[in-house]
Design a protein around this ligand. Structure first.
Ligand SMILES: Nc1nc2c(ncn2[C@@H]2O[C@H](COP(=O)(O)OP(=O)(O)OP(=O)(O)O)[C@@H](O)[C@H]2O)c(=O)[nH]1
Length: 652
């Protein structure tokens, strides 16, 4: 009975949205298409009855650790999407979802209110500062957002950036105060903060505890009542917005889409507006909370599609998909993900390169935002240069690579993409080896520009001075601050804003920020373009030979201190040789720092007993002469472990 009803509705939909191929009549086309749909795997969810009025698309936006995942779990449980076991939880499903949560979770829930059934689509976003661009793309698929703020910590740097991103996109914001069960919760104070920073009326703020479940029903009610339904025409041309993707070992890339217009069915042939590549939908459905196939996806609905995409890099976040032959205007603002932090990755043991290569390739299949390029270094051998969205992304990938590859890897110092403006062209350089030696080629290079970010730090007032010092040490400009509470209030919070070169925060900025604020500071940043800068390439020489893997791009004002610091570090880790080894840092032809590694002295007189003074002297003279020769031709063999030691201390 259901199948017949579905078939009728499919026929109606197909009539309105599809045109038969040339030479085929409409009834024949519809019959074959409906047969195709009926042959689809049995569906446990029927979405045909959900029109836009009964759909709400929303995301949860919050600063890290304010309880986004816990609230998502509660919503899935409260709507019966996750069936609870005797202990009140379905651990297996939650654990599986947690694995996917590295990049955020999307879940579709059914919810009944006033005898009406609603389909609530939670489009969760990665809670990671490096993915802020993807966060804003995910918001395109929503009409509302739950702004979650920890009632004990108050508004933090990322609460601010996600709030502004949601407001810019015109989303209805539902303010939610979480963790009200904590004895340290200060709901009134945090509501006053939210009023002064965001202009949110205290009466609109919901009080919840995602941990105990208190207030969850108010959240569900507010989603239905406050968030507007999506718009979209069943009869329109298919327009699907791709906002996320997962990788499945067997089915390839699974893309998460939001249907803006038209109807998407299994077997449909679609085109990517960005790549112009064509695909056929082999499966589609909703995330309930795992993938459940459905017959079709209607306007306003959010779901997954499998369409034989082999590589994650084919699924471009922000891309628009349409039916073959029915072009549509792409959704605005598409930009491919941009790698902003680059590093070389090498095996500690050179023989292990094939194994490392395989691990990198396997991992990048599932992480589309990593860019890869083969490179080789005379010091480290074969390796890869990888590009990441930010330094946290790099750390996550590095950890996954070490787990997958089951060995230590050498990661060179992270760099950012610099723009080198030559007389006749501009080149983007992310590898210090490719950076020109400005001193020698100044007639060729007009200027060098570096990427800049606008940073926001929120910190208790007493740490404000310390944070300002930290920012100035990292070449901050346009430093400004304001207080977030009423003045004189105990442990008031201050918000500091400034611009910083991106290269300054990919090193150890986060660690310093946390340690110098006793862990209280929160930090966020956004892209602020490029700015002219006085940068130089610093190389390190061992026994007068440059070591390519150690080259750095540094600001001229810091060349002395950085040069001195690194030669000292090298001096500590390089094993002593049979000859004296000068360790030098150089910018162009200028040596700016030097340490000397003294020679290991082999005891050439060990076999001589008694008073053979002349023979002793002869042996020592011979040794001196051979050392002089060795030094001239000698090559310092730097063990890979020494690189590992040096570079692991450079990590952010
Ligand atoms: N007491 C209390 N703890 C909570 C509540 N909600 C979340 N937590 C705890 O806060 C911590 C962070 O919660 P998560 O849900 O992982 O936070 P998140 O925002 O998803 O964190 P990220 O995934 O890192 O962004 C966990 O230890 C939770 O158990 C709450 O209502 N009350």
């Amino acid at each position: 009975m259901l199948l017949r009803w579905q078939a009728t509705s499919h026929r109606e939909i197909l009539k309105r949205t599809h045109r038969p191929p040339l030479g085929q009549t409409y009834p024949a086309f519809c019959t074959s298409a409906v047969r195709r749909l009926a042959a689809a795997p049995p569906t446990s969810v029927d979405l045909a009855g959900f029109s836009c009025d009964n759909i709400r698309n929303f995301s949860i936006i919050a600063h890290i650790d304010h309880g986004k995942s816990t609230l998502a779990d509660r919503l899935l449980e409260a709507t019966g999407t996750i069936k609870m076991d005797s202990k009140g939880l379905n651990r297996q499903v939650l654990d599986k979802l947690k694995v996917e949560r590295e990049r955020g979770i999307t879940g579709n829930m059914f919810y009944q209110q006033n005898n009406l059934r609603y389909l609530l689509n939670l489009i969760d976003t990665p809670g990671h500062v490096d993915f802020s661009w993807e966060v804003s793309r995910s918001m395109v698929a929503c009409q509302g957002a739950l702004l979650l703020v920890d009632a004990s910590q108050g508004v933090q740097a990322q609460s601010l950036s996600v709030f502004h991103a949601a407001r810019e996109r015109g989303l209805k914001i539902i303010p939610v105060l979480n963790k009200i069960d904590l004895p340290t919760a200060q709901p009134d104070r945090v509501k006053a903060q939210m009023h002064s920073i965001f202009g949110i009326e205290p009466a609109d703020v919901l009080h919840i505890s995602a941990k105990t479940g208190e207030g969850i029903s108010d959240v569900l009610r507010a989603i239905v009542e406050r968030i507007p339904p999506p718009s979209g025409e069943t009869t329109g041309k298919l327009k699907a917005f791709l906002f996320d993707s997962l990788y499945d070992r067997y089915r390839g890339v699974i893309s998460l889409v939001s249907i803006q217009d038209g109807v998407l069915c299994k077997g449909d042939r679609i085109v990517s507006c960005h790549t112009r590549k064509k695909y056929e939908i082999t499966e589609l459905g909703i995330m309930h909370p795992e993938e459940v196939p459905t017959a079709q996806l209607l306007p306003g609905q959010v779901g997954y599609i499998a369409c034989n995409m082999k590589q994650s890099s084919e699924a471009h976040i922000g891309d628009t998909l349409h039916r073959v032959g029915y072009a549509v205007e792409p959704m605005p603002g598409f930009q491919p993900a941009k790698a902003m932090v680059f590093a070389g990755i090498y095996p500690v043991e050179s023989n292990d390169f094939p194994k490392l290569e395989e691990s990198i390739k396997r991992l990048t299949l599932t992480d589309r935002s990593v860019t890869i390029q083969r490179e080789s270094s005379s010091a480290l051998g074969q390796g890869y240069r990888l590009g990441f969205l930010g330094s946290l992304h790099m750390d996550v990938f590095r950890q996954r690579l070490e787990d997958e590859y089951e060995a230590n890897i050498i990661v060179t110092a992270p760099t950012v993409p610099y723009k080198v403006v030559y007389r006749d062209r501009t080149a983007v350089v992310s590898n210090p080896t490719d950076f020109p030696d400005i001193v020698e080629t100044s007639s060729q290079v007009r200027e060098v520009q570096e990427p800049i970010v606008k940073a926001t730090i929120i910190v208790p007032e007493e740490y404000l001075g310390e944070m300002m010092d930290l920012c100035f040490e990292h070449r901050a400009e346009d430093v400004d601050h304001r207080y977030l509470g009423t003045s004189g209030e105990a442990s008031n919070r201050a918000m500091l804003t400034c611009t910083l070169p991106l290269s300054e925060i990919v090193a150890d900025f986060f660690d310093k920020l946390k340690s110098r604020s006793s862990g209280f500071a929160s930090f966020d940043y956004e892209d602020a373009g490029y700015k002219k800068s006085n940068l130089v390439k610093m190389i390190f020489l061992l026994n007068t030979k440059p070591v390519d893997a150690l080259a750095l791009i540094v600001h001229r004002s810091a060349e002395q201190s950085i040069g001195r610091m690194w030669v000292k570090k090298l001096h500590k880790v390089i094993p002593r040789q049979l000859f004296e080894v000068p360790i030098q840092a150089a910018v162009g032809k200028r040596i700016i720092a030097r340490e000397t590694l003294s020679a290991l002295r082999a005891d050439v007189t060990a076999g001589l007993y008694g008073g053979h003074y002349e023979r002793k002297m002869k042996h020592l003279e011979n040794q001196k002469e051979s050392k002089r020769k060795m030094k001239r031709v000698g090559r310092v063999d730097l063990p890979q472990e020494a690189f590992f030691d040096i570079l692991s201390t450079r990590r952010p």
